[in-house]
Design a protein around this ligand. Structure first.
Ligand SMILES: [Zn+2]
Length: 188
């Protein structure tokens, strides 16, 4: 449960306006004021979202503290950015020692959060190699199936043959995956 004063403190720390909070919660500004005054309970979903934002701000502060402790100066360029994209930051970090270090430190926190399940794993590298194998193999077999049988089967059977090839591949990978799981469990 988030109290009204906690909500207000969260709003002040994040710098969000009453309007922004209202938008987040799909409510009216009047309603947000009532929450802050404790006249109505703060919705659980809004609380979750705000607590996550606050947690990330804490992480940001911690990254900054470590950066200073490691002897890096604050980056003047970074502090001027209001709508920074990841791509722009990555480009800048190539020539800024402070931001390159910030990136490295932040990476450790991101990895920790992913390990603890606080944030989902995203990006290409996060996709299980099994899934990649499954999808790529299925696509290859689908088209190979089409090509290999294309000359011999009726036009309306092309897709079916490709699908059968793909399904065979999916089945094969699944069998190997299960076998690997069982084997690894025994080995551990
Ligand atoms: Zn920088």
């Amino acid at each position: 449960m988030m109290t009204g004063s906690e909500l207000r403190a969260a709003r002040e720390r994040t710098g969000f306006s009453l309007e922004t909070i209202a938008k987040m919660a799909r409510a009216t500004v009047q309603r947000v004021t009532e929450w802050e005054l404790g006249a109505r309970p703060v919705p659980a979903r809004l609380e979750r979202e705000l607590r996550e934002i606050l947690r990330q701000m804490d992480v940001g502060d911690e990254v900054e503290r470590r950066l200073i402790a490691a002897g890096f100066a604050k980056c003047a360029w970074l502090e001027q950015q209001s709508n920074l994209t990841l791509a722009a930051f990555a480009e800048h970090a190539r020539t800024c020692a402070s931001c390159a270090a910030r990136d490295r430190i932040a990476e450790e926190f991101i990895e920790r959060d992913v390990r603890q399940g606080l944030i989902p794993r995203v990006g290409v590298s996060s996709v299980s190699p099994w899934i990649t194998w499954l999808v790529c193999g299925a696509l290859v077999f689908f088209f190979v199936g089409l090509l290999a049988r294309g000359h011999n089967v009726l036009a309306e059977d092309y897709v079916r043959v490709g699908l059968l090839g793909a399904l065979a591949w999916v089945g094969l990978v699944t069998v190997i995956w299960v076998a690997a799981k069982v084997f690894l469990k025994r080995g551990a």
